[in-house]
Design a protein around this ligand. Structure first.
Ligand SMILES: Nc1ncnc2c1ncn2[C@@H]1O[C@H](COP(=O)(O)OP(=O)(O)OP(=O)(O)O)[C@@H](O)[C@H]1O
Ligand SMILES: [Mg+2]
Ligand SMILES: [Mg+2]
Length: 291
Protein backbone atom coordinates (compact mmCIF):
# COMPACT_ATOMS: atom_id res chain seq x y z
CA UNK A 1 0.00 0.00 0.00
CA UNK A 2 0.87 3.66 -0.30
CA UNK A 3 0.10 5.25 3.05
CA UNK A 4 0.15 8.91 4.06
CA UNK A 5 0.60 10.00 7.68
CA UNK A 6 -0.71 13.50 8.24
CA UNK A 7 1.70 14.81 10.82
CA UNK A 8 3.42 18.14 11.30
CA UNK A 9 6.57 16.56 12.70
CA UNK A 10 8.21 13.33 11.45
CA UNK A 11 10.34 13.18 14.61
CA UNK A 12 7.39 12.66 16.98
CA UNK A 13 7.37 9.24 18.64
CA UNK A 14 3.95 8.24 17.26
CA UNK A 15 4.86 9.30 13.72
CA UNK A 16 8.21 7.50 13.84
CA UNK A 17 6.65 4.31 15.16
CA UNK A 18 3.93 4.28 12.48
CA UNK A 19 6.51 4.79 9.74
CA UNK A 20 8.62 1.97 11.18
CA UNK A 21 5.67 -0.42 11.49
CA UNK A 22 4.40 0.32 7.96
CA UNK A 23 7.82 -0.15 6.35
CA UNK A 24 8.37 -3.37 8.25
CA UNK A 25 5.16 -4.69 6.73
CA UNK A 26 6.29 -3.74 3.24
CA UNK A 27 4.32 -0.55 2.67
CA UNK A 28 5.39 2.76 1.23
CA UNK A 29 4.70 5.53 3.70
CA UNK A 30 4.98 9.30 3.35
CA UNK A 31 4.80 11.83 6.17
CA UNK A 32 2.79 14.82 4.95
CA UNK A 33 2.47 18.11 6.81
CA UNK A 34 -1.24 18.84 6.43
CA UNK A 35 -0.65 22.58 6.85
CA UNK A 36 1.46 22.54 3.68
CA UNK A 37 -1.24 20.89 1.58
CA UNK A 38 -3.30 22.82 -0.94
CA UNK A 39 -6.81 21.53 -1.37
CA UNK A 40 -7.94 21.87 -4.99
CA UNK A 41 -11.68 21.79 -5.44
CA UNK A 42 -13.04 21.33 -8.91
CA UNK A 43 -15.94 19.42 -10.47
CA UNK A 44 -15.36 15.67 -9.95
CA UNK A 45 -11.64 16.17 -9.64
CA UNK A 46 -10.55 16.51 -6.01
CA UNK A 47 -6.80 16.96 -5.66
CA UNK A 48 -4.20 17.65 -3.01
CA UNK A 49 -1.03 19.50 -3.94
CA UNK A 50 1.96 19.03 -1.65
CA UNK A 51 5.56 20.20 -2.04
CA UNK A 52 5.51 20.61 -5.81
CA UNK A 53 3.40 17.59 -6.76
CA UNK A 54 -0.05 16.03 -6.52
CA UNK A 55 -0.60 13.25 -3.98
CA UNK A 56 -1.73 10.40 -6.20
CA UNK A 57 -2.49 6.71 -5.80
CA UNK A 58 -2.74 6.85 -2.03
CA UNK A 59 -4.50 3.84 -0.46
CA UNK A 60 -4.90 5.04 3.10
CA UNK A 61 -4.16 7.92 5.44
CA UNK A 62 -3.44 8.09 9.16
CA UNK A 63 -4.31 11.57 10.41
CA UNK A 64 -2.36 12.78 13.47
CA UNK A 65 -3.93 16.22 13.73
CA UNK A 66 -3.02 18.48 16.63
CA UNK A 67 -5.84 20.17 18.53
CA UNK A 68 -4.77 23.66 17.40
CA UNK A 69 -5.11 22.84 13.70
CA UNK A 70 -8.33 20.82 13.71
CA UNK A 71 -10.04 23.01 11.11
CA UNK A 72 -7.34 22.78 8.46
CA UNK A 73 -6.53 19.16 9.26
CA UNK A 74 -10.16 18.15 8.95
CA UNK A 75 -10.42 19.86 5.57
CA UNK A 76 -7.42 17.86 4.30
CA UNK A 77 -8.90 14.57 5.58
CA UNK A 78 -12.21 15.43 3.91
CA UNK A 79 -10.40 16.00 0.62
CA UNK A 80 -8.78 12.55 0.87
CA UNK A 81 -12.26 11.16 1.52
CA UNK A 82 -13.48 12.86 -1.67
CA UNK A 83 -10.59 11.10 -3.43
CA UNK A 84 -11.96 7.79 -2.03
CA UNK A 85 -8.91 7.21 0.17
CA UNK A 86 -9.45 5.18 3.34
CA UNK A 87 -8.75 7.09 6.55
CA UNK A 88 -8.11 5.70 10.04
CA UNK A 89 -10.29 8.53 11.37
CA UNK A 90 -12.99 10.20 9.27
CA UNK A 91 -13.28 13.97 9.12
CA UNK A 92 -16.70 13.74 10.73
CA UNK A 93 -15.55 11.57 13.64
CA UNK A 94 -12.55 13.83 14.21
CA UNK A 95 -14.70 16.96 14.34
CA UNK A 96 -17.15 15.32 16.70
CA UNK A 97 -14.54 13.92 19.09
CA UNK A 98 -12.62 17.22 19.22
CA UNK A 99 -15.60 18.98 20.72
CA UNK A 100 -15.67 17.78 24.34
CA UNK A 101 -19.21 18.98 24.88
CA UNK A 102 -20.79 17.45 21.80
CA UNK A 103 -18.98 14.15 22.34
CA UNK A 104 -20.30 13.97 25.91
CA UNK A 105 -23.80 14.62 24.58
CA UNK A 106 -23.46 11.80 22.04
CA UNK A 107 -21.96 9.41 24.60
CA UNK A 108 -24.76 10.10 27.08
CA UNK A 109 -27.37 9.28 24.43
CA UNK A 110 -25.56 6.05 23.61
CA UNK A 111 -25.86 4.97 27.25
CA UNK A 112 -22.19 5.36 28.15
CA UNK A 113 -21.48 6.14 31.83
CA UNK A 114 -20.14 9.67 32.39
CA UNK A 115 -19.53 11.96 35.34
CA UNK A 116 -22.66 14.16 35.55
CA UNK A 117 -21.83 17.28 33.55
CA UNK A 118 -23.41 20.73 33.28
CA UNK A 119 -22.65 23.38 30.68
CA UNK A 120 -23.60 26.95 31.52
CA UNK A 121 -22.53 30.48 30.80
CA UNK A 122 -24.95 31.98 33.30
CA UNK A 123 -23.13 32.82 36.53
CA UNK A 124 -26.03 34.30 38.51
CA UNK A 125 -27.27 30.88 39.55
CA UNK A 126 -24.17 28.87 40.29
CA UNK A 127 -25.95 27.32 43.27
CA UNK A 128 -28.05 25.06 41.08
CA UNK A 129 -25.08 24.09 38.91
CA UNK A 130 -23.12 23.04 41.98
CA UNK A 131 -26.10 21.10 43.34
CA UNK A 132 -26.66 19.36 39.97
CA UNK A 133 -23.18 17.87 39.98
CA UNK A 134 -23.46 16.59 43.54
CA UNK A 135 -22.18 19.67 45.44
CA UNK A 136 -18.61 20.70 46.26
CA UNK A 137 -15.94 19.66 45.64
CA UNK A 138 -16.60 19.72 41.91
CA UNK A 139 -14.50 19.80 38.76
CA UNK A 140 -14.50 22.74 36.34
CA UNK A 141 -13.03 22.33 32.88
CA UNK A 142 -12.25 24.67 30.06
CA UNK A 143 -13.75 23.16 26.94
CA UNK A 144 -10.67 23.92 24.92
CA UNK A 145 -8.22 22.70 27.57
CA UNK A 146 -5.77 19.89 26.97
CA UNK A 147 -3.10 17.92 28.85
CA UNK A 148 -4.80 18.67 32.15
CA UNK A 149 -4.41 22.44 31.80
CA UNK A 150 -7.70 24.20 32.45
CA UNK A 151 -9.01 21.44 34.74
CA UNK A 152 -9.69 22.76 38.23
CA UNK A 153 -10.94 21.16 41.42
CA UNK A 154 -13.20 23.67 43.20
CA UNK A 155 -13.29 22.68 46.87
CA UNK A 156 -16.24 24.86 47.86
CA UNK A 157 -19.29 26.47 46.31
CA UNK A 158 -17.67 29.88 46.70
CA UNK A 159 -14.53 28.76 44.94
CA UNK A 160 -16.67 27.30 42.13
CA UNK A 161 -18.54 30.60 41.79
CA UNK A 162 -15.33 32.62 41.54
CA UNK A 163 -13.77 30.30 38.98
CA UNK A 164 -16.92 30.14 36.85
CA UNK A 165 -17.22 33.93 36.94
CA UNK A 166 -13.56 34.36 36.01
CA UNK A 167 -13.71 31.87 33.11
CA UNK A 168 -16.98 33.24 31.78
CA UNK A 169 -15.69 36.81 32.16
CA UNK A 170 -12.79 35.90 29.87
CA UNK A 171 -15.22 34.50 27.33
CA UNK A 172 -13.95 30.95 27.92
CA UNK A 173 -16.43 28.10 27.70
CA UNK A 174 -16.48 25.87 30.73
CA UNK A 175 -18.24 22.76 32.03
CA UNK A 176 -18.93 21.75 35.62
CA UNK A 177 -18.58 18.08 36.48
CA UNK A 178 -19.25 15.76 39.36
CA UNK A 179 -15.96 15.03 41.16
CA UNK A 180 -15.23 11.31 41.23
CA UNK A 181 -13.27 11.11 44.45
CA UNK A 182 -12.89 7.35 44.54
CA UNK A 183 -10.88 7.44 41.29
CA UNK A 184 -8.05 8.52 43.61
CA UNK A 185 -6.21 10.72 41.13
CA UNK A 186 -6.01 7.92 38.57
CA UNK A 187 -7.68 7.21 35.26
CA UNK A 188 -7.50 4.44 32.71
CA UNK A 189 -6.77 4.68 29.01
CA UNK A 190 -8.08 1.95 26.76
CA UNK A 191 -6.56 1.87 23.29
CA UNK A 192 -9.14 0.66 20.79
CA UNK A 193 -8.44 -0.45 17.22
CA UNK A 194 -11.14 -1.87 14.95
CA UNK A 195 -13.61 -2.71 17.70
CA UNK A 196 -11.09 -4.33 20.04
CA UNK A 197 -9.17 -3.09 23.06
CA UNK A 198 -5.55 -3.81 22.15
CA UNK A 199 -3.91 -2.33 25.23
CA UNK A 200 -4.78 -0.53 28.45
CA UNK A 201 -2.93 1.43 31.08
CA UNK A 202 -3.68 3.06 34.37
CA UNK A 203 -2.31 6.55 34.91
CA UNK A 204 -1.76 7.74 38.45
CA UNK A 205 -1.31 11.44 39.20
CA UNK A 206 1.64 12.48 41.28
CA UNK A 207 1.21 12.81 45.05
CA UNK A 208 -1.47 15.37 45.98
CA UNK A 209 -2.68 15.79 42.36
CA UNK A 210 -6.17 14.75 41.23
CA UNK A 211 -5.21 14.96 37.56
CA UNK A 212 -3.54 11.84 36.22
CA UNK A 213 -2.10 13.38 33.02
CA UNK A 214 1.41 12.20 32.21
CA UNK A 215 2.16 15.81 31.22
CA UNK A 216 1.35 16.81 34.81
CA UNK A 217 3.81 14.31 36.26
CA UNK A 218 1.63 11.19 36.42
CA UNK A 219 2.97 7.71 35.71
CA UNK A 220 1.49 4.81 33.77
CA UNK A 221 1.33 1.05 34.28
CA UNK A 222 -0.28 -1.78 32.31
CA UNK A 223 -3.67 -3.04 33.52
CA UNK A 224 -6.19 -5.70 32.65
CA UNK A 225 -9.64 -4.16 32.06
CA UNK A 226 -12.79 -5.61 33.59
CA UNK A 227 -15.49 -6.77 31.16
CA UNK A 228 -17.51 -3.69 31.98
CA UNK A 229 -14.59 -1.36 31.33
CA UNK A 230 -13.91 -3.05 28.03
CA UNK A 231 -17.55 -2.85 26.97
CA UNK A 232 -17.72 0.82 27.93
CA UNK A 233 -14.60 1.68 25.91
CA UNK A 234 -15.96 -0.10 22.83
CA UNK A 235 -19.39 1.45 23.15
CA UNK A 236 -17.90 4.95 23.42
CA UNK A 237 -15.65 4.38 20.40
CA UNK A 238 -18.54 3.09 18.34
CA UNK A 239 -20.86 5.93 19.35
CA UNK A 240 -18.33 8.44 18.03
CA UNK A 241 -17.66 6.45 14.87
CA UNK A 242 -13.94 5.98 15.50
CA UNK A 243 -11.81 3.09 14.20
CA UNK A 244 -8.84 4.03 16.35
CA UNK A 245 -9.34 5.72 19.71
CA UNK A 246 -7.96 6.29 23.17
CA UNK A 247 -10.80 6.12 25.68
CA UNK A 248 -10.17 7.74 29.06
CA UNK A 249 -12.25 6.47 31.96
CA UNK A 250 -12.48 6.90 35.71
CA UNK A 251 -13.04 3.89 37.94
CA UNK A 252 -15.98 4.82 40.16
CA UNK A 253 -18.39 3.18 42.57
CA UNK A 254 -20.94 3.39 39.72
CA UNK A 255 -18.64 1.55 37.33
CA UNK A 256 -16.48 3.02 34.57
CA UNK A 257 -17.19 6.67 33.64
CA UNK A 258 -15.86 8.04 30.37
CA UNK A 259 -14.05 11.39 30.50
CA UNK A 260 -13.18 11.71 26.85
CA UNK A 261 -12.38 9.83 23.70
CA UNK A 262 -9.22 10.81 21.88
CA UNK A 263 -9.13 10.44 18.10
CA UNK A 264 -5.34 10.92 17.72
CA UNK A 265 -4.16 8.98 20.77
CA UNK A 266 -0.41 9.09 21.34
CA UNK A 267 1.57 5.85 21.14
CA UNK A 268 4.49 6.53 23.45
CA UNK A 269 2.72 6.22 26.82
CA UNK A 270 0.72 3.14 25.88
CA UNK A 271 3.55 1.27 24.10
CA UNK A 272 5.92 1.99 26.98
CA UNK A 273 3.43 0.97 29.67
CA UNK A 274 2.15 -2.17 27.93
CA UNK A 275 5.18 -3.25 25.90
CA UNK A 276 2.80 -3.85 22.99
CA UNK A 277 3.31 -3.00 19.34
CA UNK A 278 0.32 -0.67 18.96
CA UNK A 279 1.68 0.91 15.75
CA UNK A 280 1.58 -2.48 14.02
CA UNK A 281 -2.08 -2.94 14.99
CA UNK A 282 -2.95 0.40 13.37
CA UNK A 283 -1.18 -0.59 10.14
CA UNK A 284 -2.98 -3.95 10.18
CA UNK A 285 -6.25 -2.06 10.55
CA UNK A 286 -5.48 -0.17 7.32
CA UNK A 287 -4.52 -3.41 5.55
CA UNK A 288 -7.92 -4.89 6.38
CA UNK A 289 -10.03 -1.86 5.47
CA UNK A 290 -8.29 0.02 2.65
CA UNK A 291 -9.15 -1.26 -0.80
N1 LIG B 1 -14.88 14.52 37.09
C1 LIG B 1 -13.67 14.15 37.50
N2 LIG B 1 -13.48 13.53 38.69
C2 LIG B 1 -12.24 13.17 39.10
N3 LIG B 1 -11.12 13.38 38.39
C3 LIG B 1 -11.23 13.97 37.20
C4 LIG B 1 -12.51 14.39 36.68
N4 LIG B 1 -12.31 14.95 35.48
C5 LIG B 1 -10.99 14.89 35.24
N5 LIG B 1 -10.32 14.30 36.26
C6 LIG B 1 -8.86 14.09 36.30
O1 LIG B 1 -8.23 15.16 35.62
C7 LIG B 1 -7.51 14.67 34.47
C8 LIG B 1 -7.65 15.67 33.31
O2 LIG B 1 -9.00 15.81 32.91
P1 LIG B 1 -9.48 15.68 31.37
O3 LIG B 1 -8.95 14.44 30.79
O4 LIG B 1 -10.95 15.85 31.34
O5 LIG B 1 -8.85 16.96 30.69
P2 LIG B 1 -7.53 17.09 29.83
O6 LIG B 1 -6.62 15.99 30.16
O7 LIG B 1 -7.05 18.47 29.96
O8 LIG B 1 -8.00 16.90 28.40
P3 LIG B 1 -7.17 16.10 27.31
O9 LIG B 1 -7.04 14.68 27.80
O10 LIG B 1 -8.00 16.27 26.11
O11 LIG B 1 -5.83 16.69 27.17
C9 LIG B 1 -8.13 13.33 34.17
O12 LIG B 1 -7.22 12.49 33.50
C10 LIG B 1 -8.50 12.80 35.55
O13 LIG B 1 -7.39 12.20 36.19
MG1 LIG C 1 -7.37 13.83 29.62
MG1 LIG D 1 -8.22 14.58 24.78
Amino acid sequence: MRIVILSRNPRLYSTRRLVEAAEKRGHEIIVVDHLKCNIEIEKRSPKIFYKGEYLDNIDAIIPRIGASVTFYGTAVIRQFEMMKVFTSVTSQALTRSRDKLSSLQILARAGVGLPKTVFTNYTKDVEHVVKSVGGAPLVLKLLEGTQGLGVVLAETKNAATSVLEAFNGLGARVIAQEFIKEAGGADIRAFVVDGKVIGAMKRQGKEGEFRSNLHRGGNATIIELTDEEEKTALKATKALGLGVAGVDMLQSSKGPLVLEVNSSPGLEGIETATGKNIAKEIIRYLEIHAE
